[in-house]
Design a protein around this ligand. Structure first.
Ligand SMILES: Nc1ncnc2c1ncn2[C@@H]1O[C@H](COP(=O)(O)OP(=O)(O)OP(=O)(O)O)[C@@H](O)[C@H]1O
Ligand SMILES: [Mg+2]
Length: 253
């Protein structure tokens, strides 16, 4: 349970003179649901880009599954990415591909598997996110926003990754669909023992599903802790953040 899956140490990122991350450190352990919350532009997505090797640190280090991401060869990075499911902030389904092709994209691109076998995998992943066979041949444009999110989660888990990164999984969804996504994140962790990092603005979601929460402000960590620790924080910024986005304090403790 205490195995460290992600370790971020004094991560600084600067782009064209703009300091985006200013010394972020944290660790995520196996099986945890770890949420990163913070205002728009605080650097949440930027952190995740370092975890999958899309960005290299200006300074500091990032390890995933014990490997320092910035030092990996392309082949090692491909191997690492196969083991990380990434649910992109914008959903990022391929508009010209059918649902099953989106979910089975990795296998279409990287293997010689037969279509029927890829379809079988796609269907089993769609079922995990509560979708049915009848949407397999639809195009993303024919789905609702909530269904698209679920298809992107199905695609992210297609290769049975041990780490899943969700970037704003509930943004733009109605409260009922948002709670359904929360439930899915919890169920996936429970069924597969995978670790999850959830980037979110949704305070209710963060406090409901997380084992621990990190609060980020302008590229710096304000605080980190269990939901009950965060909710009782006396830090003025944390209080303001909680009270503006989360008037439901009494419901979770
Ligand atoms: N490719 C890029 N080039 C230069 N600056 C960037 C780039 N991507 C992000 N930034 C800057 O980095 C900062 C953090 O952006 P990031 O996308 O990490 O924020 P975020 O916390 O995910 O915000 P949101 O909640 O709006 O998604 C912002 O100031 C943004 O302008
Ligand atoms: Mg973002």
């Amino acid at each position: 349970m205490n195995e460290v899956v992600v370790k971020v140490e004094k991560l600084y990122k600067e782009i064209e003179g703009r300091k985006i991350l200013k010394g972020v450190s944290f660790e995520v352990r196996k099986g945890e649901i770890y949420s990163i919350i913070g205002g728009s532009g605080s650097g949440k997505t930027s952190i995740t880009k370092h975890l999958v090797g899309l960005w290299k640190p200006t300074s500091g280090k990032v390890w995933v599954f014990g490997k320092e991401v910035a030092t990996l060869s392309q082949r090692e990075l491909d191997e690492l990415r196969k083991n990380i499911g990434y649910v992109f902030q914008e959903g990022a389904l391929f508009d010209s591909l059918r649902v099953w092709e989106n979910v089975g994209f990795y296998f279409l691109e990287h293997t010689n598997m037969k279509t029927e076998d890829i379809k079988k995998i796609a269907l089993s992943k769609l079922k995990l996110v509560d979708l049915e066979e009848d949407i397999m041949d639809l195009m993303p444009s024919e789905l609702s926003g909530g269904m698209r999110k679920r298809v992107s989660i199905a695609r992210a888990i297609a290769t049975n990754p041990h780490l899943i990164i969700y970037d704003e999984p509930t943004s733009g969804l109605d409260p009922i669909t948002s709670r359904l996504i929360d439930k899915l994140i919890l169920q996936l962790r429970d069924k597969t023992g995978s670790t999850a990092i959830v980037v979110t603005h949704d305070m209710l979601s963060a406090f409901t599903i997380s084992d621990r929460i990190l609060i980020l402000r302008k590229g710096e960590v304000v605080t980190e802790g269990k939901p009950e620790e965060i909710v009782n924080s006396t830090d003025p910024f944390v209080r303001e953040f909680i009270e503006s986005g989360f008037p439901l304090r009494d419901r979770i403790i």
